[in-house]
Design a protein around this ligand. Structure first.
Ligand code: PHE
Length: 518
């Protein structure tokens, strides 16, 4: 336990029996400086253990000179002690105090005389000598200085040794002030009473709840500081874009430049239907487990989608169509209505494809290129490279002539514009694309290939129920926004980029992102 807590506990124990305490007296009894106690009082008061009221009081304190005397001896006593039994002349006595005698002629010159008077040693000597005479320590007879009596005590030192008992306003106090051995100083002290949360023992209050406290269950026993919701935040001279926003802005500019239009992504809560079912993802798929996905409890279920659409999706899952046998299982309507936090922005793309198909009914076919950059959520264990929420950049091309080659071309062009030229594509499996490709890029710092995205050609099993004509192809890809941002800004731990650990200063000083194409 640190000292502050010791002081705190002393105060609290004393308050158990006393109605009020005086902080000056507490400091005295603890033999500490009053100022050192003030910090402890503030802490106790902020956690409502105590209540304090401040008062001002004049106090007699020793001057530097007073202190010096108390710690050694008074000037007059020093002189008294140096005088030998047989007496001494003034010149010899002054010599004992290291005071040089000025030659006679020079002394007569006004200028020099002044200089000698200024000598601090001489000044002090004269003062002590005067006092020694006044106080009856010494006498002077025909040029010889002698002691009045032997073994006299140092009266001033004696007086100062009981300084603490000298009351302000007494004659004694007045004299000490006159002789500049003491002075009046105004001090602030506190009257201490029990606070609303008074307890005889101080318990440390924590400023924040930690993961460790949560895991160990320790939080149940811990006390926490209350949050001052009225406290004003630090004033920030101007707003700054967060690194993710800067990169996001630049990426959307590149995509707009490539003729893509932004999809509306302002819906974090999505039904499982748009996030999974419409993407031909079977209901038993592991990604639909609570381990991977956040399910909503209120409202637990989403509103009904168009029944025709629902039945088409259901049929595709259960028995198939467009040359597929489907998954051959009992599709649950209820399962599809479960609300979740979207796990990928492909949930937005599937909804968009349905809208486009609706428009085709009225206007007929037209090609379209869409993109989105927004947040998705996964039930991940948080560490230096994983957060439970992150951003995806997604692109969709709806075109009769769209091909795998075009998909690779667009991805290459996008990365070329941010300075990444070395790309690899690796076949993979997605329930909603066939063929599917993972995208790898060369990491200049790690000096190795890292996965940067996933892509593919949407399957007919997905497109047909949405109403996309059979001769229209849809190619798509999804990338993470955090990884390129961390590489660009040299951020090693994702938790210092997103969340409460982010330093405003870094955000302020980060360069505006300018990816250069090579
Ligand atoms: N939705 C995929 C993911 O979250 C990315 C993707 C998008 C893959 C579009 C193919 C097509 O990783």
């Amino acid at each position: 336990m640190d000292q502050k807590q010791d002081y705190a506990n002393t105060i609290l124990t004393e308050l158990e029996s006393a109605e009020t305490l005086n902080s000056m007296e507490v400091a005295k009894s603890l033999s500490i400086n009053h100022q050192d106690l003030v910090g402890c009082l503030l802490q106790l008061e902020s956690s409502n253990y105590i209540k304090t009221e401040g008062f001002k009081q004049d106090q007699l304190i020793l001057t530097d000179e007073g202190n010096t005397i108390l710690n050694s001896q008074s000037g007059e006593y020093e002189i008294y002690q140096k005088i030998p039994e047989a007496g001494i002349s003034m010149v010899d006595l002054q010599k004992l105090f290291g005071i040089e005698q000025m030659p006679k002629i020079k002394q007569e010159q006004g200028e020099k005389k002044e200089k000698q008077a200024e000598d601090p040693k001489k000044k002090q000597f004269d003062l002590g000598f005067g006092n020694a005479k006044k106080m009856g320590y010494i006498k002077m007879d025909k040029g010889v200085i002698t002691k009045v009596a032997n073994d006299l005590p140092d009266k001033i030192k004696l007086e100062l040794s009981s300084f603490n008992t000298i009351k302000l306003g007494t004659q004694q106090a007045k004299l000490l002030i006159e002789r500049k051995l003491a002075m009046i100083s105004t001090i602030k002290y506190f009257e201490i009473k029990k606070g609303i949360k008074y307890a005889p023992k101080f318990r440390e209050q924590f400023a924040a709840l930690t993961t460790e406290q949560l895991l160990s269950g320790e939080w149940k026993e811990c006390e926490y500081k209350s949050i001052n919701l009225c406290a004003e935040g630090e004033k920030i001279s101007m707003g700054n874009l967060h690194p993710l926003l800067k990169v996001r802005k630049q990426f959307s500019q590149i995509l707009i430049g490539l003729g893509f239009e932004e999809m509306p992504t302002n819906q974090f809560v999505e039904s499982s239907f748009w996030n999974f079912d419409a993407l031909f993802q079977p209901q038993k798929h592991p990604a639909r487990d609570a381990h991977d996905t956040f399910f909503c409890s209120d409202p637990e279920l989403s509103e009904e989608v168009d029944i025709t659409l629902r039945d088409k999706v259901k049929a595709m899952h259960q028995t198939g169509g467009v040359g597929s046998i489907g998954y051959q299982y009992e599709w649950s309507h209820e399962e599809a209505r479960k609300n979740i936090l979207r796990t990928h922005t492909t949930a937005v793309s599937s909804k968009m494809l349905y809208r486009i198909a609706q428009q085709y009914k009225e206007k007929g076919y037209f090609p379209k290129k869409y993109f989105s950059i927004d947040k998705v959520f996964r039930n991940e264990t948080l560490d230096a490279t994983h957060l439970a929420e992150f951003h995806q950049i997604e692109g969709v091309v709806i075109d009769k002539n769209a091909s795998l080659g075009q998909l690779m071309g667009i991805i290459r062009e996008f990365f070329r514009q941010i300075g990444i030229n070395k790309l690899w594509f690796k076949p993979t499996y997605n329930p909603y694309t066939e063929p599917s490709m993972e995208i790898y890029g060369y990491h200049p710092v790690l000096k190795k290939k890292v996965e940067i995205g996933n892509s593919g050609v949407f399957r007919p099993e997905m497109l047909a129920p949405l109403g996309i004509p059979e001769d229209v192809n849809v190619i798509a890809w999804g990338l993470g926004l955090e990884r390129p941002t961390m590489i660009y800004y040299d951020i090693r731990d994702i938790r210092t980029m997103v969340g409460p650990e982010v330093k405003v200063e870094t955000v302020r000083s980060n360069a505006f992102c300018v990816f250069e194409s090579k």
